[in-house]
Ligand binder design. Structure first.
Ligand code: PGA
Length: 238
């Protein structure tokens, strides 16, 4: 079955990196029947769009503002991203929730702005280690999800990424059982069939097992999405 693979480059990359990385992954991006969304930092949008021509990969972004335009120095709006051919935007990543103090309300408003601009919102949710250890991971993630989804949400314009905070960039992947339990709970909560992704230390070693779990429609990949060989293996893992 077709899976969704989102590459989150975070604040990484350079023209030099793309000059070797994109040619190395282009053949698999041309062949795959999976949906691939690559989210580079904004300055590389135009080079990546050119480099991805002829492949099936889509361009995504890592953030946007809630307003379509205005006096918000340094910000980028959803319609501007759509203007550049961007098809999806990550919102509510734990790095933004924690480092930039983004609340559920702000995530919800950004997701609504992304929908209004005709793009897909990739809404991230996930518990911290204290919550996981306390046994309340599922309840807390469901509450976070309900508070982050705007009324404009449909199964066509939204992807939900379950990313346990303790698994992001740590090498500590959630166990297959933990992912299964969470995705089952998310599937029951959403009522409409919104695709559900898992993220947090996904590698070429564990992608196949994770992608074969019930209600796992794809993965959101950080570190391994910057390594050509590993990323190609993840793209072809299902
Ligand atoms: P990671 O990052 O794959 O490096 O853990 C995932 C993410 O931050 O989305």
């Amino acid at each position: 079955m077709k899976k969704i693979i989102v590459a989150n480059w975070k604040m990484n990359g350079s023209i030099g990196f793309m000059n070797t990385f994109i040619p190395a992954i282009a053949p698999i991006l041309t062949k795959t029947s999976n949906q691939i969304i690559i989210c580079p930092p904004f300055p590389y949008f135009s080079s990546l769009t050119t480099a991805l021509k002829g492949t099936k990969a889509q361009l995504g972004a890592q953030n946007c503002h809630t307003d379509p335009q205005g006096a918000f120095t340094g910000e980028v709006s959803a319609p501007m991203l759509a203007d550049l051919g961007c098809q999806a935007v990550i919102v509510g990543h734990s790095e933004r929730r924690i480092l930039f103090e983004e609340s559920d309300d702000l995530v919800k408003a950004k997701a609504a702005a992304i929908h209004a601009a005709g793009m897909t919102a990739i809404i991230c949710i996930g518990e911290n280690l204290t919550t996981r250890k306390s046994g309340h991971a599922i309840d807390s993630v469901i509450l976070q999800l309900q508070a982050s989804l705007p009324p404009s949400t449909t199964s066509q314009n939204t992807l939900i990424a379950y990313e346990p905070i303790w698994a992001i960039g740590t090498g500590l992947t959630a166990s297959l059982q933990e992912i299964t339990e969470m995705h089952h709970a998310l599937h029951q909560t959403t009522k409409i069939p919104i695709p559900l992704l898992y993220g947090g230390s996904v590698t070429d070693q564990n992608a196949k097992d994770i992608l074969s779990l019930p209600h796992v429609d794809g993965v959101l990949v950080g570190g391994a999405s910057l390594k050509a060989e590993a990323f190609c293996k993840i793209v072809s893992a299902s």
